[in-house]
Design a protein around this ligand. Structure first.
Ligand SMILES: *[C@@H]1O[C@H](CO)[C@@H](O)[C@H](O)[C@H]1NC(C)=O
Length: 105
């Protein structure tokens, strides 16, 4: 009897501890492109669960002490609340600069 109760408790805790698979766990990439031009690149992808991301990078001030990459991009995803969140960003000599309706300015 004691063993049975312990088994039930053990089994119940395994069930409770089992990882909950997110509905996103079987998402797949439905679109992908990538191009590297040496001084520039771009890529983008979209997934079946509505995540998308595009980014382009461009080398600026090539050959000078201030040579750097200016990166522009945008990604979006559907939040747990069903809202589509979009971030547009620039990353350059001034740092990573994200913009989005849901983030403070
Ligand atoms: C590089 O940037 C610094 C800081 O803005 C500037 O003082 C310098 O003149 C720049 N150098 C070149 C080669 O443009």
């Amino acid at each position: 009897m004691k063993t049975t109760i312990l088994s039930v408790i053990a089994f119940a805790s395994v069930v409770i501890a089992a990882p909950q698979l997110s509905p996103d766990h079987n998402a797949v990439i439905v679109k992908y492109n990538s191009d590297n031009g040496g001084d520039s690149y771009n890529y983008g992808y979209e997934t079946s669960n509505k995540i998308s991301h595009q980014e382009t990078g461009q080398l600026v001030n090539a050959g000078t002490e201030n040579e750097s990459m200016t990166v522009r991009g945008q990604f979006s995803y559907v939040g747990l609340d069903g809202v589509v969140y979009t971030i547009t960003y620039i990353a350059d000599e001034n740092g990573f600069q994200p913009q989005g309706a849901h983030i403070p300015h």
